[in-house]
Design a protein around this ligand. Structure first.
Ligand code: SAH
Length: 510
C-alpha cells in the first residue's frame, strides 16, 4: 500500500479568550483542517468556532487527563504522517510560553511541513483589557515579559529579579496564580519599591474578567482574599497607575452579564455583536433556522410574476430580503426587478439589508410592528395601488389583512420558512450551566422552539435568568409559556433590545 503524503501542521494562536480576538487566518483554519488539537487554555468560545474538523483536546479542562508534552509531540507526528492537516491550537500566541520549541523540533525531525499563525498574547491583551499602556512617554520606556514559575528544572535559567526590579519599566508576569507571594517576595528582596503599583488581571478578555490593583507589598494578600482564579497575569510598574483612567472594559454597561441568544445566524451576528460591544458575554443557541421554501422554484416564479403586477413591495424581515434576492439571482435577475416599485421595510435591520442590495426603501415605519407599517402604508398608498408582501411561511398576516380591509389589492408571498432547531441535550444543558442573566428572544417561534426543547429534556431556565423580547408579539408568545418578561425593546430594534437590557441590569463590579 502506498504511504500517505504527510499532512501539514498549523501552529495557531487562539488569542486570550474573547473569540473576536482570533485572527482571520486562525478562523479560516478552524474550518479547513482535518483535526484540531486545542490546549486547555483555549476558551470555549473559540472552541465553538471549530466547524467541521475532528477535535482532539489535549488539555485538562476538557475532562481528558492532561496529555504529556511527549505524547502530544508523538500524536502530532503520527496524525500528520497519516496524511491529516492539523491545527495545533494554543492559547494566546504560540511563540509566548507555548512550549512550541519542542513541537517544532519533532516536526523538523520527522520532516513535516508547518506554518506558524501568531495570536494575540495575554501578555499584551490582559493589560489592554485592563487599560494599562505597556509603554507610555515619560512613564515607561519598555516592557519585559517573564514567567512567574521559579526555575525548577536543573539547568534552565532562573529569573534575574534584581535586574527586573531595577528596570523601571513595565513587567508582565505570566503563570502567576499560585505564586503571587513568591513573586512579590522576590521583587522586594531584589530591592523593588514596596509601593510600586501592581495589577492582577484574571480571565482577561473573558466574561469573568476581574482586575485587582494594589501594591507589590499587598497584592498577594488582596489576591488571597479575592480568591483569584486562573488564568491570571500580573503587571507591575508605574504604567499600572494609569489604569484607573483607562479602565474601559469594566465601564461597559453589560460587563459580566451572560446573555443567551436564540436568534438564528446570520442575524445573530448583528445582535450578538451589539451585545458584545456593550460588554456582555453571548451564549449563542439558535432556536430556529431560516430555510428556503420546499419549492424554491415555484417561489421564484411567483415572485417574478408578482413583481410584474404590483406598485409596492413590503419586506417583513431581513430574511425576506435575502430570500427575494436569492430567488431573483436564481433566475438571473437583480435589483432592477424592483425598478419602479415602491419599497417598504419592517424595521431598520430590514432596511439595511435592502440597502446592501442597492434598494433605498421608501418607507421604514417608526414603530417596528406590522400594525404600524400598515398605518405608514395607508398614508402613502394611492387608491388603486397593488401591494406585494413578503414574509415567513406561517408568519403573521396583519399587513395583508388590514390593507385588504381598507380595500386594497394585496398579495402575500411566503418567501422562506423558519424551522425549530433540534439542539442536543448537552447543547441545551451547557447553555443552562452557564446560568445566563438574560434569555433574549426576537421572534415567537424562537420562544416556542427553545421551550419545546427544554420541556422535552425536562429542563427549565435557571430562576435567576430573566427574559427579554424584541416586541409585543414575542412578549405574547413568552406569556403563553408562562414567562415573566423583564424587558421589552423600545423601539423594537436590536439596539432597543440592548438598551432595555442595560436599563434593567443592576450595575455590577467588573
Ligand atoms: N501562549 C500564551 C501564554 C501561555 S502561559 C499567551 O501568549 O497568552 C499561560 C499563562 O498565560 C497563564 O498562566 C496566564 O498567566 C496567562 N494567560 C493566558 N490567558 C489569559 C487570560 N485570559 N487572562 C489572563 N492571563 C492569561
Amino acid at each position: 500500500m502506498p504511504e500517505a503524503q504527510p499532512g501539514k501542521v498549523y501552529l495557531v494562536g487562539a488569542g486570550p479568550g474573547d473569540p473576536g480576538l482570533l485572527t482571520l487566518r486562525g478562523h479560516d483554519l478552524l474550518r479547513a483542517v482535518d483535526i484540531v488539537l486545542p490546549d486547555s487554555l483555549v476558551s470555549e468560545e473559540v472552541i465553538a468556532l471549530i466547524d467541521g474538523p475532528e477535535i482532539i483536546p489535549v488539555g485538562k479542562r476538557y475532562g481528558s487527563n492532561s496529555v504529556s508534552q511527549g505524547d502530544i509531540n508523538a500524536l502530532l507526528v503520527r496524525l500528520a504522517q497519516e496524511g491529516n492537516t492539523i491545527c495545533r491550537l494554543k492559547g494566546g500566541d504560540p511563540m509566548v510560553f507555548g512550549r512550541i520549541g519542542e513541537e517544532l523540533r519533532v516536526l523538523n525531525d520527522a520532516g513535516i511541513a508547518y506554518e506558524i499563525v501568531p495570536g494575540i498574547s495575554s501578555a499584551t491583551a490582559a493589560p489592554a483589557y485592563a487599560g494599562i499602556p505597556l509603554t507610555m512617554r515619560g512613564v515607561s520606556a519598555g516592557f519585559v515579559c517573564v514567567t512567574g514559575r521559579r526555575a525548577s528544572t536543573a539547568g534552565s535559567p532562573d529569573i534575574d529579579w534584581p535586574s527586573l526590579a531595577g528596570l523601571n519599566q513595565t513587567l508582565v508576569i505570566l503563570m502567576v496564580a499560585t505564586r503571587i507571594g513568591d513573586i512579590t517576595d522576590s521583587l522586594l528582596e531584589a530591592g523593588m519599591d514596596a509601593n510600586a503599583p501592581v495589577a492582577l488581571i484574571e480571565q482577561a478578555t473573558l466574561p469573568g474578567q476581574r482586575t485587582l490593583v494594589a501594591t507589590v507589598a499587598d497584592i498577594a494578600a488582596r489576591a488571597g482574599e479575592a480568591g483569584v482564579m486562573t488564568p491570571a497575569t500580573l503587571v507591575v510598574g508605574p504604567a499600572v497607575a494609569e489604569s484607573h483612567h483607562f479602565a474601559w472594559r469594566s465601564a461597559l454597561p453589560l460587563t459580566g452579564r451572560r446573555v443567551l441568544l436564540t436568534t438564528p445566524p446570520p442575524v445573530t451576528a448583528g445582535l450578538g455583536a451589539l451585545l458584545c460591544a456593550a460588554g456582555a458575554s453571548v451564549i449563542s443557541r439558535p432556536a430556529i433556522e431560516v430555510e428556503p421554501l420546499a419549492d424554491a422554484d415555484q417561489f421564484a416564479a411567483n415572485l417574478e410574476e408578482g413583481l410584474e403586477a404590483t406598485d409596492w413591495a413590503v419586506f417583513a424581515s431581513r430574511s425576506a430580503v435575502d430570500a427575494v434576492f436569492n430567488a431573483l439571482e436564481s433566475r438571473g435577475r437583480d435589483a432592477r426587478a424592483l425598478g419602479g416599485i415602491h419599497v417598504a421595510a419592517l424595521g431598520t435591520g430590514t432596511a439595511r439589508a435592502l440597502e446592501a442590495c442597492g434598494i433605498n426603501p421608501d418607507l421604514v415605519p417608526e414603530e417596528f410592528v406590522s400594525e404600524s407599517v400598515v398605518d405608514g402604508l395607508l398614508a402613502e398608498l394611492d387608491a388603486d395601488d397593488r401591494v406585494l408582501v413578503f414574509g415567513a411561511e406561517g408568519g403573521r398576516t396583519v399587513i395583508r389583512d388590514r390593507l385588504n380591509n381598507a380595500g386594497f389589492e394585496v398579495t402575500r408571498l411566503d418567501a422562506y420558512r423558519t424551522v425549530p432547531t433540534a439542539p442536543t441535550m448537552p447543547e441545551v444543558q451547557s447553555a443552562l450551566d452557564e446560568v445566563p442573566d438574560w434569555a433574549v428572544f426576537t421572534s415567537p417561534s424562537a420562544v416556542h422552539s427553545l421551550f419545546d426543547s427544554l420541556d422535552r429534556a425536562g429542563l427549565a431556565l435557571p430562576e435567576t435568568t430573566r427574559v427579554a423580547v424584541i416586541g409585543p408579539i414575542t412578549a405574547a408568545a413568552a406569556a403563553e409559556r408562562d414567562l415573566a418578561v423583564a424587558a421589552v425593546a423600545e423601539p423594537h430594534t436590536y439596539a432597543g433590545l440592548v438598551s432595555a437590557l442595560v436599563a434593567e441590569s443592576e450595575p455590577r463590579d467588573a
